[in-house]
Write a protein that binds this ligand. Structure first.
Ligand code: NAD
Ligand code: TDX
Length: 351
């Protein structure tokens, strides 16, 4: 079959394409990606000449271009990874999140309706459920947990999820949705916690921990997420949501300390800075449904996955050096300089 993978030049989408081509050698994969700041063509270089693969630089909001590609390629399935994905950026500038994450999703589904017979999968996030309190470790997100978002990012993803369900009910579009917890692994853009801390550590730069670092995230190795998406596309029930997560909750500060230790650096690099606005406290997924219906279980233990990930960043400096030498520097200054200066000033007063 021919599968459209949107956002395939980003972190999870690229990992998904590698997984898909290896697992289903008979399939053709077409990657649709706008190549925003987060898209990186060099990631896909190893498969650019693979006859089973085609890359198309296209904005999922560009209706004409998307319809044209559907006409040309006649996809059997669309897996939508394309999104603006960074919470901090959504707090600074929500509008592009609404464009790509909501309008883009509707354009893709309109194309599926227009050309007919196309299976649609929406890659969503656990953030649509909002957060859980830190003092209730017995609570988890299930597929029945109400949508209750905190950031413009998560609200845009929730808006898209509602549209996906509406297209299923109203037009009979064969859809599924996956809601996964935090991913980590190779090709993770350095604005996100784990790669940012690895790269700053390697440069002996301050490690900016928001608040007291006590917020909890539920980490999943990216390949386990890719396997879950593939299982859902092939065997998931139409119109259903599947939560994806591996019961691996960690406090941010513990992740940062682990990276510091693994790289043989000093904990003095850890710098507590002003908290993220509206910062979600804890995410924790209950993956019972995908386990019972599709037999999915995470295969990579966090202790192994994080070491593999750190090793990957050590072995691939060219990949991330190119990113952090460009526009990223302006982003980093805007996002962190004031926070770091305020933190240094507060420490000075304490002394
Ligand atoms: P990413 O930011 O690394 O990659 C996003 C990709 O989408 C980039 O290649 C970018 O160029 C492309 N893109 C952005 N806007 C586009 C547009 N208008 N048209 C076409 N392409 C566009 O994101 P990621 O971390 O790989 O996340 C992928 C998906 O998984 C997102 O939908 C995200 O909400 C979801 N998700 C991410 C995580 C996580 O931990 N990273 C967890 C759960 C769900
Ligand atoms: O510099 C930092 N310091 C810090 O303390 C950064 C970048 C993050 N943090 C904290 C904020 C979060 O509590 O670390 C935690 C993880 O932050 P991010 O890597 O930005 O991820 P998060 O906000 O949890 O969202 C991620 O998981 C769900 C993805 O970016 C989303 O796309 C996905 O939907």
């Amino acid at each position: 079959m021919t599968v459209f993978v949107t956002g395939g030049a980003g972190f999870i989408g690229s990992n998904y394409i590698f997984y898909h081509l290896a697992k289903h050698p008979e399939d053709r994969v077409v990657c649709l990606d706008k190549l925003t700041y987060a898209g990186n063509l060099s990631t896909l270089a190893p498969i650019m000449n693979d006859p089973r693969f085609r890359f198309c630089k296209v904005d999922i909001c560009d209706r004409e271009a998307i319809y044209g590609l559907f006409e040309e390629e006649k996809p059997d399935a669309v897996i939508n990874f394309a999104a603006e994905s960074h919470v901090d950026r959504s707090i600074e500038n929500p509008s592009i999140f609404l464009e790509t994450n909501i309008i883009g999703t509707s354009v893709l589904m309109d194309a599926c309706r227009k050309y007919g017979g196309v299976r649609y999968h929406q890659v969503s996030t656990d953030e649509v459920y909002g957060d859980l309190p830190l003092d209730r470790p017995d609570l988890f997100f299930t597929e029945q947990t109400p949508i209750h978002t905190s950031s413009p990012y998560s609200s845009s993803k929730a808006g898209a999820d509602l549209l996906v369900m509406a297209y299923c009910r109203t037009y009979g579009l064969p859809v599924t949705i996956s809601r996964c917890s935090n991913n980590y692994g190779p090709y993770h853009f350095p604005e996100k916690l784990i790669p940012l801390m690895i790269i700053n550590c390697l440069h002996d730069k301050p490690l900016p921990v928001y608040g007291r670092g006590l917020n909890i995230r539920d980490w999943l190795y990216v390949e386990d997420h890719c396997k879950a998406v593939d299982l859902i596309v092939r065997g998931g029930r139409i119109g259903e949501v599947y939560n994806v997560g591996g019961h691996n909750e960690m406090r941010n500060i513990d992740i940062v300390r682990l990276i510091v230790r693994a790289l043989g650096k000093s904990e003095e690099l850890i710098t507590y800075v002003a908290d993220r606005k509206g910062h979600d406290l804890r995410y924790a997924i209950d993956p019972t449904k995908i386990h019972e219906e599709l037999g999915w279980l995470p295969e990579t233990k966090f202790e192994d996955g994080i070491q593999k990930t750190i090793r990957w960043y050590l072995d691939h400096p060219a990949w991330w050096e190119e990113i952090i030498s460009g526009e990223y520097q302006n982003y980093y200054r805007d996002m962190y300089q004031q926070r770091l200066e305020d933190s240094a000033a507060a420490n000075e007063v304490k002394r």
